[in-house]
Structure formats: C-alpha cells, structure tokens
Design a protein around this ligand. Structure first.
Ligand code: RIB
Length: 317
C-alpha cells in the first residue's frame, strides 16, 4: 500500500439488527428481570467491523447478505452512509435479515442471542461474485456469524492471492474443521480461546498454553483479548502483554469488533503487529466506554487521542 492510498479491507460477515436491552443485571436461566431501556440499532459482528474500519479511514467492502424484511433496506443504507461499498451485499428472498437480542447489565457485561437469518445463506456464490475485491484487498477480515465453509473458502481465495487473512473467531464453535484456523492471525477473547482449545483458562500460563495449542493448528500470529487485563500477543516468535487502556467500561458490546477492525486497518497500513495491537486495544477500550455496537465504534481521531493521552500519562509517571 502506498503512503497516499487508503488501506483496502474486505469484510466477510454478518449484518444484524440489534435489539439492545439494558437492565440492572442479566437474567439467570429461568429468571425474569424487568429491563430499563430498549433501542434498535444496526449491528452484526461483520457490519460492526466494517463500520469501525471505515471510521478508522479504510476503504471497506462488505460481503454478506440481508433478507427481504423491513430491516434489510435500513441495514444497507446504514452501511452506505458510513461510506462502505455494499455492492457485494446480496438481498436474499424469503428470509429475514439477521437479528440479535443484546442484553447489557450495569457492569457493562452482556449476553447476546443471534438469529442468523440471511447471514446463514452467505455462500460460495456470494464469494465468487466478490472474488476480485478480496484478491485486491490489503486484508480480508472475517468472523464466525456466517457459515464456516464460506469462511474457509474465502480464506483460501485470499491465501492464493497473497492477501493476509484475519479471523475473529466469534462466536467460537465448539467443534470446527481443521482448515478454519488456516489464517494469518486470530484474535479470540478468553472464552473463545477456551472454546477453541477445549480447555478452561484460569491463569496467564493457561493462556500461553492455549496460544501454543492454537499455533499448531495454523495461525502464525495470535492476540488473545482479556478485557480490562489487556491482550496477550504472540507474533510468531515470542509472547508480549499489551497493557489495557484505562477507561470507564459501560457496555462491552462490539468492543471485540472495534479491536479486530483496528488490527486489520493498521496491519493493512503496514504497521508492526505490536503497533497494530496497541491501536486495536485503544479502539476496543473506546468501544467499551460507549453504549451499543456501531453507535460506539470509534473513529481514528478518538483512537489516536487516547493513545497520545496514555503516552503522556506514562511519561509523567
Ligand atoms: O459483537 C457484537 C455483535 O454481536 C452485535 O452487534 C450483535 O449483532 C452480534 O452479532
């Protein structure tokens, strides 16, 4: 990528309408809790990452599907309004668009239920249409709210074209084909790392062991996000802790999406993995300090301001 060109990111993934409900606490199984507020906003891990990458200054193409319901047009218009190329977002008939019920409690913790709808129909035909744009991208960014076979096939197209692939393995499947992790970089959170390895993680040593187990399966680089404890980076040779940014977390929804987008944009801009991890970490922290998914996705200026603030604070310590 030349200096005066924007990073080109292709995002393959889900596009949802989020029904966000805030309550003092999340309900336990079998429990009814009276909530405080309800808002409806565009979300979906794929669309959130596309929006975040666009706000960070990248030229973004979204590859995915919406349905033929009343949400479809709103979801498409929302992506267009962010300057995202929606040419490869297919409208599927006889199905709904993806919908997510996102419950957020006062601590900022959340629980999400997703009805995939049209996201479950993102297939090889959609990939074929988008083949050229994938091959011309600086990075292909994906998550797992669309069929795993499509993700594997997209990674293969990118790999053959020499395009780096970042997979945010969310939500993490309990069992998955071995080819799924044949990508350049994965950025699971702690629970996703546990699901992918089948081991519980209670210490930093557990995280290190999980990283080594995952590396055996394909990715050369891994970043395990650990919420307010920062992230653990494995760059292919050594492990480093990326310290967290101090923020007041009010809603962790889509913080991982902002993180993944930050990684993709900075790596597409040829930053080192370490620089990209700091930028991604700042992006995730800002997302967690705002309410909602796309409503909380930061722009580049916000991220750079937070990084500068942290550098100044460290300097004065
Ligand atoms: O990562 C947050 C997202 O997960 C929400 O926007 C929701 O749509 C689910 O996909």
């Amino acid at each position: 990528m030349s200096d005066n060109k924007r990073a080109k990111i292709a995002v393959l993934g889900s596009i949802n309408m989020d029904l966000m409900i805030r309550s003092a606490k999340l309900p336990l199984p079998g429990e009814t809790v009276i909530a405080e507020t309800k808002v409806e906003n565009p979300g979906g891990k794929g669309a959130n990452q596309a929006v975040a990458a666009a706000r960070m200054g990248a030229e973004v193409t979204m590859i995915g599907c919406v349905g033929d319901d009343s949400f479809a047009e709103e979801l498409l218009q929302n992506l267009k309004a962010e300057g995202i190329n929606t040419r490869y977002v297919t409208r599927k008939t006889d199905t709904t668009s993806g919908v997510a019920v996102v419950m957020v409690e006062m601590s900022g913790e959340n629980a999400i239920l997703v009805v995939p709808g049209a996201n479950g129909l993102v297939g090889l035909a959609e990939l074929e249409q988008a083949r050229q744009v994938i091959c011309e991208s600086d990075v292909l960014l994906m998550q797992l709210e669309v069929p795993v076979e499509t993700v594997i096939a997209a990674a293969k197209i990118a790999r053959e074209a020499g395009v780096p692939v970042i997979l945010d393995p969310a939500p993490a499947p309990a069992g998955f084909p071995a080819e799924l992790l044949k990508v350049d970089l994965i950025c699971p959170n702690q629970s996703e790392t546990a699901a992918l390895t089948g081991k519980s993680l209670t210490s930093l040593e557990d995280v290190m062991a999980a990283i080594l187990a995952l590396v055996e399966q394909g990715p050369h680089q891994i970043l395990v996000t650990m919420a307010d404890q920062g992230a653990v980076l494995f760059d292919g040779e050594s492990v480093e802790i990326i310290p967290p940014f101090q923020i007041q977390a009010i809603d962790s929804t889509a913080a991982g999406d902002a993180f993944a987008a930050g990684l993709a944009v900075k790596l597409a801009e040829q930053a080192t993995l370490r620089e990209a991890a700091h930028f991604a970490s700042a992006a995730g922290a800002i997302a967690a300090s705002g309410a909602g998914a796309q409503t909380a996705m930061p722009d580049r200026e916000q991220i750079e301001t937070l990084i500068t603030k942290q550098v100044q604070e460290r300097f004065h310590e």
